[in-house]
Design a protein. Structure first.
Length: 364
């Protein structure tokens, strides 16, 4: 029997963990000679106080949402996919090849094709470590970390020696054609009379990320494959006894996970940069791990956690711009959130369970 109700498991524990992380961060801010209340207010104003701030917050959140979903679906099969960074990087190659290879008539057609290209490249990059674990016994954590470095090196080589336009010194592809430019939230919201900043990079990919959340929920809780993934994650031996192939689940789950991570490239490569550049993933693959942990591997929780980390990214940029607080402090806050939602989960969970048991006995 679960001691905690679901709302406490999925909402209260992460909320308390985040509050503890912010309190400790506030103490650090005091120690470096700044006012934590003013810093928090500046973060909120910079990230949420204007449509410009919201635009950047949602842009970052879109990246984290894709990679968070990728990590969470692997978590359900007890697979720790640390390769989201590499899968998103290779997904960018898929987007670039699709956008530069054909004369697209409209952005919507290009977006559909680029999405399939990104997912295909990401899925292949997730397939290789999955095959090595399923058929050769290699640990998924080691191989996915290794493939992050391979992806970075591969991107470096291709941008310098293959995709770089003649006469250019910049290790990047040519700019994508105008027909592939995605509409921003400013252009979308203006259709219904809602003003939004023109300068913000948030685009239609945010809506695709929301749709992906729903589709992942349907996959995990409304399909046979999702049931098999969750059953395998609870007990691989029991799943195999029930006739579920462990090799199939490992390979299929990692391919879906890689496809979701690769899909992130439509936002940062196609939607914002409009070309493929070095370090295109920008660390979002690793942030996805924290997002999945905090969101308890549930699509709705991942959505909320991605917005929180988008807020931290944009708010941290404002802190670094207007105060003497270094931007690295945001990395510290993220690390504290990961620490309390992941490694020190029982620090919050055990006292909370004792509290619920006490009140249940009192009401009995």
């Amino acid at each position: 029997m679960n001691i905690l109700p679901k709302w406490a498991e999925f909402v209260l524990i992460p909320l308390i963990s985040v509050c503890i992380a912010f309190v400790i961060s506030g103490i650090i801010i005091v120690l470096i000679g700044e006012d934590p209340i003013s810093a928090l207010k500046l973060m909120i104003d910079g990230a949420l106080g204007s449509s410009y701030g919201w635009g950047y917050t949602l842009y970052y959140a879109t990246n984290f949402l894709f990679t968070g979903l990728a990590v969470s679906i692997a978590f359900h099969a007890k697979l720790f996919n640390i390769g989201g960074e590499g899968q998103a990087t290779v997904g960018g190659l898929g987007v670039a090849i699709v956008c530069l290879s054909f004369p697209w008539p409209h952005w919507s057609v290009a977006l559909i094709a680029a999405s399939f290209g990104a997912m295909a490249f990401g899925a292949i990059w997730g397939l290789i470590p999955a095959y090595l674990q399923a058929k050769r016994g290699s640990h998924i954590v080691i191989t996915t970390i290794m493939f992050n470095f391979i992806a970075a090196s591969l991107l470096n080589y291709l941008l310098v020696n293959v995709f770089r336009p003649d006469g250019s010194m910049d290790p990047a592809t040519a700019k994508f054609p105008d027909q592939t430019n995605l509409p921003t939230l400013h252009e979308i919201l203006s259709l219904i009379g809602i003003p939004f900043s023109k300068a913000a990079p948030a685009n239609v990919c945010f809506l695709i990320a929301i749709l992906s959340c729903f589709l992942v929920w349907v996959l995990l809780w409304r399909t046979r494959l999702g049931y098999e993934i969750r059953a395998f994650g609870h007990s691989d031996s029991a799943a195999e006894y029930a006739g579920i192939s462990s090799s199939k689940i490992i390979i299929v789950t990692m391919m879906i996970s890689g496809a979701l991570a690769g899909l992130m490239a439509i936002n940062n490569v196609m939607g914002e940069a409009e070309r493929l550049v070095m370090n295109s993933a920008e660390g979002a693959g690793f942030i996805g791990i924290a997002v999945a942990l905090m969101g308890r591997s549930h699509p709705f929780g991942v959505l909320l956690a991605s917005i929180l980390f988008g807020f931290l990214y944009q708010g941290g940029a404002e802190l670094a711009l207007w105060t003497s607080i270094p931007r690295e402090l945001i990395v510290v806050i993220q690390a504290l959130v990961i620490l309390f939602t992941g490694a020190l989960d029982n620090l919050v969970r055990i006292p909370l369970e004792k509290t619920f048991i006490y009140f249940r006995k009192g009401n009995a």
